[in-house]
Ligand binder design. Structure first.
Ligand code: MN
Length: 233
């Protein structure tokens, strides 16, 4: 039996709708600039004919469940919400053809890719890594996982409100790179594994929150998510 110097933490995990067992999380991948209107609002329009999708990651330890209250994070004055459809991988795969992508889908969830926008933009403009902007503690917010094995979601309203006021309202059919294309492309770089989460990108309307704000969001056909921003530590 393996012994450790101290007790390792339990693996990050999420509840699964209709199941007693929790889904253990492996990695957290995020797609950058995957809705045209959001790419434009960030000042970086996308030409799909000339560009590939790009990705960044968050530590699995950044995962936080929907319904939580999180502290306003340190070292930012511009903490942003990004409402996203999250794909949950259920079967390992490498160099997956787009037409077989559905075989690797376990299900979906609603996600918030919380971002220190000020730090991300400085990093972007200086050609530095995005880690301190994106891999923020408690920044990978996720709802329960909805089992939908073999299903490729192609459309559905995606919306976010702050304190009940709508800030993002779009449709998953506006993804630049769709679910099949993301699975195929990401699996060229990585051996995808069960429990990998893929945050598929956010539509336009991103913005800042302050302590006391209540974020709510939904993806039609998947579910809902909520997060309360508490005071800074
Ligand atoms: Mn995002």
């Amino acid at each position: 039996m393996m012994t450790y110097l101290w007790n390792p933490p339990a693996p990050p995990s999420l509840p699964v709708r209709g199941k007693a067992e929790r889904l253990p999380i492996n990695r957290i991948f995020c797609v950058g600039r995957n809705y045209h209107a959001h790419a434009v609002e960030m000042g970086r329009p996308v030409d799909k004919s000339a560009e590939r999708a790009f990705y960044f990651t968050k530590s699995p330890q950044a995962l936080v469940e929907s319904g939580a209250t999180v502290a306003y994070p340190p070292e930012t004055k511009n903490y942003h919400y990004e409402m996203e459809l999250v794909l949950v991988i259920g079967k390992a795969g490498f160099r997956i053809p787009a037409e077989q992508a559905h075989e690797h889908v376990y299900g979906y969830a609603c996600g918030l890719d919380m971002t220190r926008r000020d730090l991300q933009l400085v990093a972007r403009d200086k050609g530095r890594p995005w880690d301190t902007g994106k891999d923020v503690e408690q920044s990978a917010v996720c709802s329960e996982v909805v089992p939908m094995e073999g299903v490729v979601i192609e459309r559905g309203a995606i919306e976010l409100a702050v304190n009940g006021e709508t800030r993002q309202s779009s449709n998953v059919d506006k993804l630049i790179w769709n679910i099949r294309e993301i699975v195929a492309d990401l699996s060229l770089y990585y051996h995808l594994q069960p429990g990998d989460l893929i945050y598929t990108g956010t539509p336009e309307g991103v913005g800042a929150v302050v302590a006391g704000d209540r974020i709510t969001g939904r993806v039609e056909g998947v579910g809902e998510i909520a997060l309360t921003v508490g005071p800074a530590e």
